[in-house]
Design a protein around this ligand. Structure first.
Ligand code: CP
Ligand code: NVA
Length: 325
């Protein structure tokens, strides 16, 4: 049966079948090709898109704005101090108002429940641009980048190293399971993902042939990895935990010694932003944390291909859910 995602919200990859994810990845590939050829199909001509941001963003915001513009839609940025959401007005009421004016709504913020309420009450497709729990548009870009490099997804050995219970680890586990990858979450015991989510992921793996391993053992976790992935050690909203996390996660830093431990020639991915150097353009002297500058700047690193693919995949999600012309 042909895949049809028109009218659907995009809150987590749990809600999508492997065929539907494949459809979005193929559409992203096609839209990337068209953009490279200078062709703008304007699938979203005349549409209006609301972009709600409670947290900061470079890639996600810019990807939505440029994707909307490429496809002929208007995107309106609504920052946390611009609207009444959750302050003078309930999420349900804001959702119903925006749904009367906009064709689609992107939300980035704290509680996952907020994006669920927006989807429930707005009556239009809602796209999750990151919550404390999930970051699914990022995972589409990650899968696209892996496929561009290796030519396939099934059977790829993927190791996420670091904070194993953050939004990226949660979403990557689901995305890998759906597409049949061998996924390892390599994290200290105190930062392992929630059992309920791991059980869900195991059930998906049974259907798809994917694999999931949760381990605190770096050597075991990264052995044979085709992809090494990491993320910041303290996510947005957790800044106070940074010192404790540095102590806990230091052995999990992605460095050349870890690359060697894979026994392969892996690619390195990171959703970005990354703490990898002391640069005078930064407001604080943060330095190397989750990844060394040597790895970040090496031939292994595909982080800027990955960042660019945010544009093509987010465009695909909007076009798929609002309708291809
Ligand atoms: N990876 C990502 O979501 O980046 P931004 O926080 O800049 O949007
Ligand atoms: N885990 C990070 C991802 C940023 C794209 C955060 O939530 O801050």
């Amino acid at each position: 049966m042909a895949v049809n995602l028109i009218g659907r919200s995009f809150l987590t990859l749990k809600d999508f079948t492997p065929e539907e994810i494949r459809y979005m990845l193929d559409l992203a590939k096609e839209l990337k090709k068209l953009k490279m050829a200078g062709i703008k199909p304007r699938n979203l001509e005349g549409k209006n898109i609301a972009l709600i941001f409670e947290k900061a963003s470079t890639r996600t915001r810019c990807a939505f704005v440029v994707a909307a513009s490429d496809e002929g839609a208007h995107a309106e940025y609504l920052g946390k101090d611009d609207i009444q959401l959750g302050k003078k007005e309930t999420v349900a009421d804001t959702a119903r108002v925006l749904g009367r004016m906009f064709d689609g709504i992107q939300f980035r913020g704290f509680k996952h429940e907020t994006v669920e309420l927006l989807a429930k009450y707005s009556g239009v497709p809602v796209w999750n641009g990151l919550t404390d729990k999930f970051h699914p548009t990022q995972v589409l870009a990650d899968l696209m980048t892996i496929e561009e490099h290796y030519g396939h997804l099934k059977g790829i050995t993927f190791a996420f190293v670091g904070d194993g219970r953050n939004n990226m680890a949660n979403s990557l586990m689901i995305g890998c399971a759906k597409m049949g990858l061998d996924c390892r979450i390599v994290a200290p015991k105190g930062l392992h993902p929630e059992k309920e989510l791991v059980d869900t992921v195991k059930a998906i793996c049974k259907e798809t042939g994917g694999k999931i391993t949760i381990t605190d053992n770096v050597a075991k976790g990264v052995k044979d990895a085709d992809v090494l992935y990491t993320d910041v050690w303290a996510s947005m909203g957790e800044e106070a935990k940074m010192q404790a996390r540095i102590t806990l996660l230091k052995p999990y830093q992605v460095n050349m010694a870890m690359i060697k431990k894979t026994g392969k020639n892996p690619i390195f991915l990171h959703c970005l932003p990354a703490f990898h150097n002391n640069d005078t353009t930064m407001s604080k002297d943060i330095g190397e944390m989750e990844v060394t500058d040597e790895v970040f700047e090496s031939k292994h690193s595909k982080v800027f291909d990955e960042a660019e693919n945010r544009l093509h995949t987010i465009k695909a999600v909007m076009v798929a859910t609002l309708g291809v012309k």
